[in-house]
Ligand binder design. Structure first.
Ligand code: GTP
Ligand code: MG
Length: 253
């Protein structure tokens, strides 16, 4: 699946958890949604809008202990982050444990939003847990149990893909999950284009931005001016200055 937008997240879950329904609810994609298992057989992507960014979401066939399409693991390994979707009207704890086990066998290790230690030879993936079908009876209680047991390890949110419950909050969480920041380059004497952020990994510096814009900038960069996280507007900063989400940067070469 060709990467697009600010980052790519892959949907992971057992049959019927609501992966395809969620893709349909958040994007323009029109995947098949049905109340029988193994409906999805091919990957399908859509773009989730959050403020001025687009996040690519990839729907996958289901994961089970008995059978998971091997190519689906490749998409998961390549994705920037994983979205684990659980059916709160069933046994979400068992579903999450199945996911952790099956992915572990593929050396895909799940991390919360804080990241974590990276074991050599593994594919660490930041993961968000979604409790789905929150419109159904008894699901609040199941979500509470899930939170109690896994709430420290993973960021979690309860939604209803079908009824559209809590989806705005989910868009924001997907952006947070990507662990990126938005900055707006501007030329001296010009206004920045606030509709077209440059997306960088969290922790990036002025130099990383320069590299992203033009490789010649790296050697020529003298300093930058910053509006946003600086102490004052237009503050002069050096190339190792750590950028924050929303900063406007003027590069001086
Ligand atoms: N009540 C309720 N039903 C939902 C919700 N989300 C999905 N469903 C239903 O659950 C069934 C399965 O949904 P799908 O989106 O096809 O599930 P899936 O995870 O893509 O399933 P596979 O493709 O087999 O892996 C369908 O009948 C959906 O209408 C929800 O939030 N609430
Ligand atoms: Mg599906």
């Amino acid at each position: 699946v060709k990467r697009e937008g600010a980052g790519q997240v892959a949907l992971v879950g057992v049959p019927n958890a609501g992966k395809s329904q969620l893709l349909a609810a958040l994007t323009n994609a029109e995947p098949e949604v049905a109340d029988y298992p193994f409906t999805t057989q091919r990957p399908q992507a859509g773009m989730v809008a959050f403020e001025n960014v687009q996040i690519q979401m990839v729907d996958l066939p289901p994961l089970t202990e008995e059978h998971t399409e091997p190519w689906a693991f490749n998409i998961m390994r390549n994705a920037d982050a994983l979205v684990l979707i659980l059916d709160l009207s069933q046994d979400p704890l068992a579903e999450l444990e199945t996911i952790i086990k099956v992915l572990g066998e593929q050396r895909i290790t799940l991390q919360g939003e804080g990241g974590g230690e990276i074991e050599p030879g593994t594919f660490p993936k930041r993961s968000l847990v979604i409790g789905n079908k929150g419109d159904l009876a008894g699901t609040k209680e199941n979500f509470a149990i899930l939170k109690e047991l896994y709430g420290e390890r993973f960021s979690m949110i309860m939604v209803s893909a079908k009824e559209g419950l809590n989806l705005e909050k989910l868009r924001e969480k997907l952006y947070t999950l990507l662990d990126v920041l938005r900055v707006y380059p501007k030329r001296p004497g010009h206004e920045p284009d606030l509709s077209a952020p440059v997306i960088l990994k969290r922790g990036s510096t002025v130099l990383d931005l320069a590299q992203e814009i033009h490789k010649d900038f790296v050697s020529k960069l003298r300093y930058a001016r910053i509006w946003g996280s600086g102490k004052f507007d237009g503050q002069r900063v050096q190339r190792d200055y750590p950028l924050q989400d929303g900063d406007i940067i003027e590069l001086h070469i």
